[in-house]
Design a protein around this ligand. Structure first.
Ligand SMILES: CC(C)(COP(=O)(O)OP(=O)(O)OC[C@H]1O[C@@H](n2cnc3c(N)ncnc32)[C@H](O)[C@@H]1OP(=O)(O)O)[C@@H](O)C(=O)NCCC(=O)NCCS
Length: 211
């Protein structure tokens, strides 16, 4: 379980990124049965999905341990947003085929995403970007990936469905070398700005958002 990046941002957000090197069975054996119940396991049929599930729980468990919080498992609310059992700490998870990452904060909602820049983002840019964001992205796939990941992270921070990406989620203009940018969520009663932190790992863009 090599943790390849662990850091604390200025506002008390803790991040851990884990490179997946273990097999399905090794990962399963690392989760005690009171945390990974038979019912939970039976609800995920695809072995690769099970690997993602094990890894995300293990990286949260790792982070909780290093922050001195007792890990009692992760459950999902009615919108699918994960939360830590028996704790007010907030969290978010993302996985790719090689990495799994998690963030935690003592009280404020968080979101995160990890993606690889791809040409496909050019074709769907109009669906997730406003006109001014599209102009700022300049058709650059790395910038498009930062926009996409930032909006996925803001979506996870909000946690509820019915979010219109090119209307409710905003990312202020940025240069792709920036490590910190700003986003905004405007939906229903909410009109809030958030910090967005950017890491570049092995060709992936990792984005973390929080207050
Ligand atoms: C749910 C969603 C955000 C997951 O993102 P993804 O890139 O497919 O997958 P990731 O690995 O980054 O994230 C998966 C994690 O998201 C978390 N997640 C799922 N639903 C969530 C929600 N409503 N709120 C917060 N987090 C959520 C889960 O913890 C999940 O991990 P787990 O299953 O191990 O617990 C994504 O599938 C989605 O629905 N996005 C919005 C779709 C949309 O409206 N797009 C329109 C763009 S034009």
């Amino acid at each position: 379980m090599p943790i390849i990046l662990e850091k604390k941002y200025e506002n008390d957000i803790s991040l851990a990124v884990w490179q997946i090197t273990e097999s399905h069975d090794e990962l399963q054996a690392m989760l005690p049965s009171e945390i990974l119940t038979d019912a939970e396991l039976a609800s995920i049929s695809h072995p690769q999905k099970q690997v993602e599930f094990f890894c995300s729980r293990l990286v949260i468990k790792y982070l909780a341990n290093s922050l001195g919080i007792k890990y009692l498992g992760v459950k999902k609310d009615e919108h699918g947003k994960p939360y830590l059992v028996g704790s007010n700490w907030q969290m978010s998870i993302t996985h790719t085929s090689n990495y799994v990452a998690a963030v935690m904060h003592p009280s404020e909602a968080l979101g995160m995403d990890m993606e690889k820049p791809s040409e496909k983002l050019k074709r769907i840019a109009h669906k997730f970007l406003s006109e001014s964001e599209r102009i700022n992205a300049e058709g650059d796939i790395e910038k498009l990936c930062i926009y996409w990941s930032a909006k996925e992270a803001l979506y996870k921070l909000y946690g509820k469905r019915k979010v219109i990406f090119n209307e409710n989620l905003h990312v202020f203009p940025f240069q792709k070398e920036q490590k910190k940018i700003t986003g905004k969520l405007t939906i229903n009663e909410l009109d809030e700005k958030y910090s967005i932190y950017i890491e570049k790992i092995d060709g992936y863009i990792l984005v973390v958002t929080g207050k």
